[in-house]
Each structure stands twice: as structure tokens, then as C-alpha cells.
Design a protein around this ligand. Sequence first.
Ligand code: F6P
Length: 361
Amino acid sequence: MDKIKKIGVLTSGGDAPGMNAAIRAITDKAIEQGLDVVAVLGGYSGLINDKVVPMTMDTVNGIIKRGGTCIYSDRCPEFATEEGMQKAIATCKKHKIDAIVAIGGDGTFRGATDLSLHGIPTVGVAGTIDNDITATDYTVGFDTAMNTVLDALDNFMDTCESHARCNVVEVMGRDCGDIAVRTAIASGAIAVAIPEVPFDEAEALDRIKRARAAGKRGMIVVVSEGVFHTDENGNKIPYGEYFTEICQRDIMETRFARLAHFVRGGNPTLRDRLTASRMGVRAVELLLEGKSDLIVIEEDGKYVPMDIVFALTTDRMYKKKLKDGDLDKYGDEDIAAMKAICDKRTAEIKELYKIANDIAL
Ligand code: F6P
């Protein structure tokens, strides 16, 4: 690979607090190394539509503490088409972009692999509130999102105590229950429903009943947005709404709240600023070492590179979405390593779920 002179940075998919800290770290580190830096505005759609602006130390000054992404984000189906890719490559050529750092989640990394295949070296930084990239212990934005949820749950609990009510609160996370289970523990919730573990509805209702009989006034039930109830007509109803109805009908006055995108905003916590900075710096270092097709992951407190396709395949293995042929190019050792990552994840979420239930009284 020729020596890199100019890198592009982009954020794609759902924004996450700490993305700006990553942008700043990438820009400052690259400039310190004598590189030029540009930002691609609006993720991959910016690459298709030639939205490229120069980045300087001034541009990133002060953004470390801001939520959202100052270079904007988008979900871009067109990028998955050959036509979209050709436009993206043309933009890279026009602006002499030698390599890209892509900040985002699994969709972002799929795009990054395609870019690399088309000759633009790309390294990914894991940024999503969901913490749902199996291969990394942590994704930028997760801590801030959890703290935002926790603040909300504490507030709900205040008013629940006053009125002797239950509040069912739905939180984001897509198919991943990490935000839900951790904030449930931290808020002292009476029950939590997540996609990874079957929810014992009768037990949860009974627990609420028992707690009420014992004099507990305020109750919080945290439900991940990835959990659904299927009604007699086959319609999928968000589980939080369904549980609210039966709790209200059978046990006590119950309210429902969906925190939704509120949780994606806000100034990033120290954890997110620090992780974003470490991952961002590492991404630039990897490109300067002539590497590509990698994401920076957190593994037992270290920031290390992992092959993007290996990470995405591990992710599909964990989510039971492996496609035909996915494992063909991997030997026994690699497959065992993927399984070990999946097992670690499964064990962790089950342990957290058990704790949430053991102390939910
Ligand atoms: O991936 C982040 C996330 O906020 C998920 O938790 C949620 O399911 C999804 O994005 C919402 O997507 P959108 O911003 O497109 O509504």
C-alpha cells in the first residue's frame, strides 16, 4: 500500500455520544502525523454525493464534549449498490482520499469492507449506544446512553413512589438487552425483559404483586425495545406496551414510557470520551502501519485491531444469522475463537439478567 497522505473520517448509522470525541482524536492524531484530514458529511451518502470538507485542529476544537456527530450521519442503502459504490470511489479519487476511518455499528462496518474491497483502505471504530457488536466488549456511546436512561428511571421512580404506581419503561438497544439489563440493576427495577433471555411474565407479575403487598410503592419495569408479544392474530406488539396493559388490569396503576431517541443525545461521559479517543488514535496508527479491513475493539481493557469480516461473522454467529458459506474460509481455530467470544457474551448477559432478578424485590 502507498504511503497514506490524506484520510477521510465519517460517521454512519445511528449517532452515539462520543462520536465527536472520536472525530477529534482521529483528526488531531492524523494532523500530528503530518496527514491531511477531510470529513465526509452524512456518512456513506456523503461519499456518494461528494460532501467532503477539510478538517483542521480548529474544526474539532471543543467538539469532544458535544453529543451527536458534528459531521452528521445517515443510513444509506444506496451504498450497498455497485452504482453507489462507484460514485463513492469517484469522490475518494476526486479528493485524493487515501484511506477512511468509519465510525459506527455493524452496518457501517459492512460498508467499510466494501470500500476496502474497492481499493480504499478502511478502519472502523465501534460507535453505537447499543453495545451490540459482539466482538468488542464496548462500543462508544454505551455508557452515556445508560446514564441517560438511569437518570430517567430515577425520575420515574420518584413519581412512582409518590403515587404508588408502576412505570414500564422501554429503552433502545435494537436486539441487544445490554442497556436494559444494566440500567435495571442500577435503578433497582422490579423486573426487566430483554431479547436474549426468555421472560417469565407470570413470575414478574407475581413479584410485583408480592412487593405491593409488602408495602413497596414505586416499581420500575425496564423493557428492551427488542422484546415483543405476539397476539392471537399474529401481530407483534412492543412488549412494554403489552406488559403495561396487564399490569394495570391485574395489579396496580401502571404507566408506560418509551425513551426512544432521547437516549441517543447528550454530552458524552468520561468513559465515552476516553474510549473514543483511544479507539480513534489506534485507528489512525493502524492506517499509518499500512493496515486495513480492521476495526478497533476493546478486549479486556485493551484497544486492539480485529479483522472486520471476522468481527462481522462473529456477530452473525452470536445473533444466529450466519449465512451459507460464512464460515468456509475459517479454520477450526478461528471458529473456536468466534465461539469463545459468543460464549463470553452469552455468559455475561445471563449473569447480569440473573443479578437483576435476584435483587429485584
Ligand atoms: O442502533 C442505535 C439505535 O438507536 C437503536 O437502539 C434503535 O433501534 C435504532 O438505532 C433506531 O434507529 P433510527 O435512528 O433509524 O430510528
